[in-house]
Design a protein around this ligand. Sequence first.
Ligand code: NAD
Length: 367
Amino acid sequence: MPNPSLLILPGDGIGPEVMAEVRRIIDWFGGKRGLVFDVSEDLVGGCAYDAHGTPLHDDTMARAQEVDAVLLGAVGGPKYDDLDFSVKPERGLLRLRKEMDLFSNLRPAQCFDALADFSSLKRDVVAGLDIMIVRELTSGVYFGEPRGIFKEGNERVGINTQRYTESEIARVARSAFELAMKRDRKLCSMEKANVMESGILWRDVVTEVSRDYPEVELSHMYADAGAMQLTRWPKQFDVIVTDNLFGDLLSDLAAMLTGSLGMLPSASLGAPMANGRPKALYEPVHGSAPDIAGQGKANPIACILSFAMALRYSFDQGAEAARLEAAVERVLADGLRTADLMGPEGGTPVSTSGMGDAILGALDASL
Ligand code: NAD
């Protein structure tokens, strides 16, 4: 069996800094756990534009289609703000998502005990929180036709169309059920079946798909009630599946339950490839943070936890993913803090590579 393959695209700003720490962790798993990856690295975003005049070279796109998983840092920065829309750094990322057909976006909201005071909610509501929002990413109201601003009589009318086919709903539902099978086997589907036909269809199709997953306890909730429940008692959920628009809002809401942007990983998954693994792109939620780039201040944890998601969801290495997450938790519990995590209670300040050193130390200690 060949080694699993990983394409690393560090990108711009703090992307290369946080990715350097991930590379050390990948090497650790190769050296200490016999989990060797065939790693290649390439350009995306502004740096790709500087080198090739395009934010994503065709060869990079082709490589992304071949590998088992893509790990991306961040793209963009003020240097590229005036570029034409068609070659802006973000177009590179959007092309990857579109051509890999990544329809299922996974955003965990996980609150490490040591950081519970960073949340705007009370400690006992968020401490130990570990939920996953699955958002449909390639259809719905952001893509439906007709769309546009039209003239109707004397005034303009803005139109967007919420449109979902059965197969679009079924495939994201299936991906959420598969995920629930790897977690606590509880799935809550959110829509607005009370006022939207697309919501009625969503509920029907998710219920149909559930027959293939009898071990998973399925519930349904209106998305507005879901937003309330997420802020009232988020620990009642394990996996939530929802459409593109509601998922956009609910995943941001859930993410902020947990505190800093420097802590949030994500995954975008597509259809299974010939080897059974889904097409996959893993990336931190944060951007390229030009305000702190090149200063050793960036928190590498979001990118490191994105690699942990790759271990779990692309490579079936749930135990090793848990080992990495536990190492992060250990280091935070020991009081180590990059600048973004420095709260009123203080802690030991560390740089980007200092945080990487500490996590590697905690991994060593886990053996
Ligand atoms: P941002 O996420 O880059 O930064 C927002 C704030 O959070 C900044 O103060 C930054 O210093 C801080 N921050 C972010 N990540 C951090 C980390 N790992 N450690 C410590 N602090 C961190 O968002 P922005 O400032 O709105 O955008 C900056 C650039 O990034 C823009 O060009 C934007 O288009 C791009 N962007 C890219 C992505 C992506 O690549 N997926 C996502 C969002 C924004």
